[in-house]
Design a protein around this ligand. Sequence first.
Ligand code: HEC
Length: 105
Amino acid sequence: MLKRLLCTAVVMALGTLPVAASEEESEYGLLVDKPGAEETFIYCTACHSERIVAQQGLSRTDWKALFVWMEDEQEMEPIEEPDYSIIIDYLSEHYNTDRPNFPKR
Ligand code: HEC
């Protein structure tokens, strides 16, 4: 007589692991949650991570120049007003040469 080994499939219900939200993590990834973060995040993460933005520290003039470079060399669509000013204001306030929000991770 053939003995049949019945394997009982134990279905392990995997509970959702609680996600420990880091204090530095904002809704916009590494970008500080201040006015303008949303616009910046939407426009600037279309092609690359926000990290490349957050670890940059530029003056207002240099941010503007970087946008020109991004348009000329990286095929970024020109950003229309009012978003252009919102993003430039945000970047030159929070990601200026003193790098107040340089990502720690
Ligand atoms: C159309 C695609 C695209 C968009 C949109 C875009 N970028 Fe970029 N960006 C690039 C590419 C491509 C590079 C080069 C990446 C590399 O060298 O690995 C780059 C590089 C950069 C760098 C690094 C420059 C350097 O000197 O190394 C910064 C800072 C940056 N982008 C900021 C921004 C910001 C701020 C925005 C939003 C206003 C933005 N990018 C939107 C394509 C884009």
